[in-house]
Design a protein around this ligand. Sequence first.
Ligand SMILES: Cc1cc2nc3c(=O)[nH]c(=O)nc-3n(C[C@H](O)[C@H](O)[C@H](O)COP(=O)(O)O)c2cc1C
Ligand SMILES: C=C(O[C@@H]1CC(C(=O)O)=C[C@@H](OP(=O)(O)O)[C@H]1O)C(=O)O
Length: 332
Amino acid sequence: MNTFGRLFRVHIFGESHGESVGVVIDGCPAGLTVDETLLLPDLERRKGGIQKGTTPRKEADFPLFKSGIFNGKTTGAPIAIFFENQNTRSEDYTSQRSIPRPGHADFVANKKFGGYEDYRGGGHFSARLTTGLVAAGSIAKKVIGPSSIEAQVIEIGGESDPEKGLQKAINAKDSVGGIIECRVKQVPIGLGEPFFDSVESLLAHALFSIPAVKGVEFGSGFDAARMFGSENNDSIIDPNGTTKSNHAGGINGGITNGNDLVFRIAIKPASSTPKEQESLNWDTNTIESFSIKGRHDLCVALRAPVIVEALTAIVLADLFLLDQQAQRRHTD
Ligand SMILES: Cc1cc2nc3c(=O)[nH]c(=O)nc-3n(C[C@H](O)[C@H](O)[C@H](O)COP(=O)(O)O)c2cc1C
Ligand SMILES: C=C(O[C@@H]1CC(C(=O)O)=C[C@@H](OP(=O)(O)O)[C@H]1O)C(=O)O
């Protein structure tokens, strides 16, 4: 449902225009230094209204620690972090209510929850919920110690120059998608399991929870299908398992092989585009032309790298803790 992970468990809550959004993290080891200064740099990267092409809705996104931290250190008890929603404009959604936005969750939310859903700002489906995930990610990054995660935009609107891709959207008065590449360095060998808990399976599970993510490929991904085996194989060049190339993206048999983890994420254009669209008015049962008024990201991918890092850190933190537990059992 709204929980992910087995030992490092993350539970998100809130709605875009409700009182707050946030996260509860259970299973975080005690003794880690966690305070606002740890979280703020990542939260800043996720904020709207800073970069060109992002939503003009500005929120303080200041983390309010409600439990699990004492004298600046994690206590081992669940960590609850709230973020207040202070800059909502719900009337944009009252006027749009008759036409569920094509590409957003309005229609399915209504069918699934029988009209009781909070539709304001996309409610519980909104990317606003990723605030808590980013906070959990900053803590998870500590848990995974020397491993370092870096995600960046490598393509916007089909252009390798993000500025140019964004300009296309501005000129067309439409939204655009993008591609993000994520690289994790210093990954120990042996995380993950064959089959269902392969590192690819767990990362894909987490990454597809990010709203608007439509594709994930590891290493050479779909290009591998167009290569000869001898081209795609990564020659092992030392006893640590270092490979000459990294078409596998650091994973063989579902298990980390000690090389960099590398994957790319395809992000669709925001459905709430200023461009005129046609869709069903479910009050009148007619197809109508409309254009969405409101504060939206022209390119969702611009704010997504830190969210991708967060989900990656959450998955790896869980795998690190599982690995430690497994090793402890082995030596007992
Ligand atoms: C950082 C971020 C910002 C987003 N901003 C918007 C937005 O301003 N307007 C919009 O319509 N969708 C936005 N989205 C995408 C919607 O939340 C998403 O399309 C919707 O919840 C439906 O989910 P789906 O696209 O995965 O089917 C954003 C997504 C992310 C990750
Ligand atoms: C508020 C955030 O982004 C929002 C994500 C979002 C969506 O549909 O996902 C739609 C917009 O919501 P609203 O119409 O309420 O401004 C964005 O502004 C945020 O990320 O913190």
